[in-house]
Design a protein. Sequence first.
Length: 256
Amino acid sequence: MSENLEALPIHSSIKRGKFDLFDSLVASGLKFKDDDIIVISSKFVSMSEGALLRLGEIKVSKEAQIIATRYKMDPKIAEITLRESDYILGGIPGFLLSIRDGMIAPNAGIDKSNVPPGFVILYPNDAFKTAEYLRSKFLLEYRIRVGIVIADSRLMPTRIGTVGVAIACSGFEPVEDERGKKDLFGNVLRVTFRAVADGLAATGVAIMGEGSESIPAVVVRGFKVTPTDRKLSKHDMAIDPQQDIYIRGLKQPPKI
């Protein structure tokens, strides 16, 4: 890691309707450089795709109505969550805990914040494809090699508040295998993987904020990653729920 780390915010005006994501980034006036990591809000990506749904137009299925009653939810939110989820783990009043593209998220990541009243915004349609497209555009248009992270904010188990997490990336290895290396005291690391993309996402989201900051992207400069040109997918960043330590632990409470 370089000693000269920088995190440079990219500001944007409020967007309404679909827009060109790449043009919005370069219109900021920031001079991008080789090896920059561009962390982009997943909501900004979704808005560029026009991934807004008007709640008044949602038709509620019988299954969604049953779930909404059980968990005291808005039936329309329950319906959208069912459509957007790969797997439902369970729920509490107001929320379904679901898995979408290998990530746990309340209500499949759909959100009502920073969107017009009466609408919700969905996750990007194919975040990895978008990340790869943006990386390619910077290479073709400016002849510079950048890394792309598409980030969302997420609640972490037992913690207050949200933190950034990567839902997709391109241009560098998102996870570094630390197994076999030694720590400060010479102990061999046996199970450690370093979530590089998630760490960069956390940095970006901390600067973006959650309210009216109008910072949909952040350039992290001077952070060393392992470059790659291979196409990445959720399988490079996620594990099967049945292997997850939290899910396994909660399903199998200790016998006392």
